[in-house]
Design a protein around this ligand. Structure first.
Ligand SMILES: Cc1ncc(C[n+]2csc(CCOP(=O)(O)OP(=O)(O)O)c2C)c(N)n1
Ligand SMILES: [Mg+2]
Length: 279
């Protein structure tokens, strides 16, 4: 989570300098991403949306490879087959159908591991998401849908896009689901571990809706202060999962100041190298 935060902050600096064209921040969503990615492990193929940077880093995407895409240097900066982490998808919810189709294809080839699809709250309004959930349900596809509900589709609040939660909607399609808070990576890890066990045992899809806070604007091109209240932004920043989890682990004695300093040095060196390469 600390590495993902540092890489995200470095991307912001580089975008301001004109080195990156755009950056959709994952700040506030690190616990959801790290908790879910660790729970599913390295085997399942992942079909991300476009801000799953912490998942990308855990899957072995190098920060340079991540930045290359947002600097417009490549269509996809990493090897999707080797990392089993597919290209970022900017056409909202398209990856949901890609993931379900891939899962069905895997089963037809006798390969049994499941597929993970990341999707945002706003993207669930797309027809593709409904088609993907229905297809996954009727085909009993081994797909874990992870919906990071950050409450916003750019400037459109989630409560103006749906009358029920995404988790309740999934059940209407015949998909088991759960809704969890996304501030603590351990809560997310437990929920996604249970979901993974269900998918493997039942050979059926599952949806985990994770409620997260979006600390930065939609992207570096978005001035969220225009449409979000000061109170909302203050509360979201106060619930920063990276700060909260570091503090909790320190209080529990799991990590100490020397360990945190070592991580700090590691990420500072990483960011200096990225600065030199991209600025
Ligand atoms: C098919 C399609 N329609 C519209 C857009 C423009 N668009 C890009 S991101 C976005 C909001 C997505 O919100 P959400 O799914 O909640 O993801 P978040 O950015 O909050 O992670 C929109 C409308 C798009 N990329 N693709
Ligand atoms: Mg959203």
């Amino acid at each position: 989570m600390l590495v993902a935060r540092a890489v995200d902050e470095e991307a912001h600096r580089l975008q301001k300098q004109g080195a990156l064209d755009l950056w959709p921040s994952c700040q506030g969503q690190e616990a959801a991403q790290v908790g879910s990615a660790l729970a599913v492990g390295p085997a399942p193929a992942v079909f991300p949306s476009y801000r799953e940077h912490a998942v990308a880093l855990l899957r072995g995407v190098a920060p340079d490879e991540l930045f290359a895409q947002w600097a417009g240097r490549t269509f996809c900066g990493w090897d999707p087959r080797r990392l089993r982490f597919f290209p970022y998808t900017l056409v909202l919810a398209a990856q949901t159908l890609h993931g379900v189709g891939y899962s069905i294809g895997q089963r037809l080839q006798g390969l049994e591991d499941f597929v993970v699809v990341y999707v945002g709250d706003g993207a669930t309004s797309e027809g593709d998401m409904s088609e993907a959930m229905n297809l996954a349900a009727v085909e009993s596809a081994s797909v874990l849908f992870v919906c990071q509900n950050n409450g916003w589709a750019i400037s459109k609040p989630a409560e103006e896009q749906m009358r029920t939660s995404v988790a309740v909607r999934a059940r209407g399609f015949g998909i088991e689901s759960v809704r969890v808070a996304g501030q603590d990576p351990e809560t997310v890890f437990s929920a996604c571990s249970r979901a993974a066990a269900h998918i493997r045992e039942e050979r059926a899809p599952y949806l985990v809706e994770i409620q997260v806070g979006r600390i930065q604007g939609h992207t570096t091109s978005d001035a969220q202060e225009v449409y979000r209240s000061r109170d909302d932004l203050t509360k979201t920043r106060a619930a920063d999962p990276v700060i909260a989890y570091a503090a909790r682990l320190s209080d529990l004695g799991v990590v100490d100041a020397a360990w945190l300093d070592a991580v700090d040095t590691e990420v500072r060196e990483l960011c200096e190298r990225l600065q030199k390469e991209y600025a």
